[in-house]
Ligand binder design. Sequence first.
Ligand code: SAH
Ligand code: SF4
Ligand code: F3S
Length: 435
Amino acid sequence: MTSPRTFKVQSFGCQMNVYDGERMGELLAAEGMRAAGDGEAADLVVLNTCHIREKATEKVYSEIGRLKRPDGSRPMVAVAGCVAQAEGAEIARRAKVDVVVGPQAYHNLPALVAKAASGTVALDTDMPAASKFGALPARRKVAPSAFLTVQEGCDKFCTYCVVPYTRGAEVSRPFSAIFDEAKALADAGARELTLLGQNVNAWADEGRGLHDLIEAIATIPAIARIRYTTSHPNDMTDGLIAVHRDVDKLMPYLHLPVQAGSDRVLKAMNRSHTASSYLRILEKVRAARPDIALSGDFIVGFPGETDAEFEETLKLVDEVRYAQAFSFKYSPRPGTPAADMAEQIAPAVADERLQRLQALLNAHQTAFNCASIGRRTEVLVERQGRKPGQMLGKSPWLQSVHFESAAKIGDIVEVELVSAGPNSLAGTELVRSAA
Ligand code: SAH
Ligand code: SF4
Ligand code: F3S
């Protein structure tokens, strides 16, 4: 196989997986490779995979199959991400890929590609103590809304979850490295930063917590908006809640997964919070920032979940009234404690529960959006809409808003929200402030 000249990175997972994909692209570009255009066949395809649920994992194998060209040849294939970490050796054996690289080793991607070009399958799923971040090239050009990983890994070991195994132990990047990257992202065009971590609110460095980091990043003039995700209820400190009141640039949105409404199920999940301790946190957050939009993650059909326990999830959802939510059918994952629990729930039962939960969540999301009609608010313009003259962006509450405007991508536009659907709102432009 010859050295690849063009590449494509396809990301299949969470926001951190997307961030990793961007960084891998930057690494390959720094080696003189060029990103293949839309529809152009690339010499190297990086499949940046996700292991969280069975469906996500299956995608890897179907994508590898799809890369075969009509003449039987195929590009160089690198499997990166969490499936590479969990099943790397097996993939290399089963699917004949050229490179396998885990989420903590991808700074070595160029060397692995060179090794593969010389004909040897290259595998690196080490979790080195030294940070990969130091070995990544500088940020150059990014979208107005950019991701920034500040914390990685998880020590919580929820019994259903693969992340502690695929991402490793909780590690916080140092304050100065994050601050420098935030400034570089601002110089590269970012106006909004979303701070990422598997448990982002567990971020800590020499006595400083996430709220200190948010306050520091808020001093960067070009950064107009700050968000963070994903938080764990147990790390929701009073200091962090207070910045929702005190830092204007911190957007009024909080993604705080609860997973279930039954304390017995939460215990079996090893969540280390109860339904009522979770609700108390939300009360405090709402007191600090009354207009906050709340979002959550839910799992239905966890082993042993009874009908009555599932009803407790619905009850909690009714109480919170989320502005947005992500809900999943429990998926048994190899190597996790829950996969070996007795009383796995029949798929048909889990399906029905998911439908009921999603109907309720969707109704609340629509109600939240409808309640926004008439509001005047700022929208960060992220891209062009499908119709000529139409632009798309996000409200402070992370709602998608479309409106007619001559604004440019990266502008912050004042709009009045005039109509709402379940997934987006329409707005009318009022005043524009240039980027
Ligand atoms: N660190 C984040 C992200 C975890 S993965 C967090 O703690 O929220 C995102 C979501 O996927 C989880 O919140 C959970 O709702 C869901 N999830 C994780 N493992 C799952 C599994 N085995 N089956 C179904 N959903 C799962
Ligand atoms: Fe997974 Fe739980 Fe850690 Fe989130 S907190 S990444 S759900 S183990
Ligand atoms: Fe998936 Fe790994 Fe993210 S398993 S959800 S890509 S941390």
